[in-house]
Ligand binder design. Sequence first.
Ligand code: PLP
Length: 403
Amino acid sequence: MNRTIENAYRDFPILTGNPDYSYLDNAATTQKPASVLEAIQEYYSGYNANVYRAIHRWGEEATRAYEESRTKTAAFINAPSTRQILFTSGTTDSINLAASSFCRRFISPGDEIILTEMEHHSNLVPWQIQAEHHGAVLRFIPITETGELDLEVLETLWSEKTRLLALTQMSNVLGTVNPVKEITAEAHARGVKVLVDAAQSVPHMRVDVQDLDCDLLAFSGHKMYGPTGIGVLYGKEELLQELPPYRGGGEMIRTVTLEGSEWNELPHKFEAGTPNIAGAVGLGAAIDYLNGWGMEAVEKREAALTALLVEGIRGLKGYTLYGRAPERGGIAAFCREGSHSHDLCSYLDSKGFALRAGHHCAHPLASKLGALSTVRASVSFCNREEEIIHLLETLETAGSELF
Ligand code: PLP
């Protein structure tokens, strides 16, 4: 068999090792290709050492590999410089860093921050914590019936006191892809900074930070075929220069006296302590893997699988699919009339499908939808059409066996 994107699953040991199980929980975390596993193994068994300060060959090699991953990450999202790529432990950590540093530097009591009703808790709770601390007011862009942002209401939310707008590029429940570039232009016209939660977009589409023109952008390694515990915060250089550090410790300082410290240059100012070296190496290998297919090919393949999944669920009797945005990614949240979503999810597991049930860490959105718990299927290019067809058949015949 030729190696094509249609049979990409063969690159993933966990998928080839479990041929009777279909993994459709890619929005929660993705599986790891052999090349990522090998890169991590190679680091630990070939040149494990701490970065920067070691004057020995393993330390130099570890530093080179760590910084090479930063270079690959910058190129992947078209960041102008590696100084703008901060390694964190994931999207949640990136947004906590951004919220803490931004609010300390730019927020005074009464200032306003705009969020949306479709945010994951990771792009909501950090702002709530900072708003409470600094006396900021949070305002929200509501969603329409189709599960898109209501941009007419956004027009009424801007004020002289608006300092920042933070929004997701792709909803982890509805699959909606938001017009981030247009919203960013609107925000900038008013002198407002923009943070993009790209946890669900960077793994599935070409994301170009210069084209979006956003000020800050966060994503996780583990959702893009890399390991857990590594993530990225991209920022515009002038902004990162202005932000105070988030955590203190080794490597983020230039000089330290007992009375005070001076900060290191970017990106080190934001990377206190020993970083996740193996995680960064794994992320670099994941980026190589994605580049091997090309993001255009990934997007095209996932669009075909998404259409099959979404149209299929829409056509099933007794099921409700949430979100009807024309611009959407490979996420489908649904309910079955008369069944609790956890029961349906366990049933699907017994039939060989890994899906997820619950509020998907977007409680306010779940309340707004009137469905506190839904079942969510999320696809990746490494899924196969047969898996989706089989899932739809299983959902269709779920009735009698489920009760
Ligand atoms: N933002 C969105 C849209 C997500 O879907 C997720 C995870 O599901 C996160 C943020 C948080 O990502 P992590 O748990 O990797 O920090």
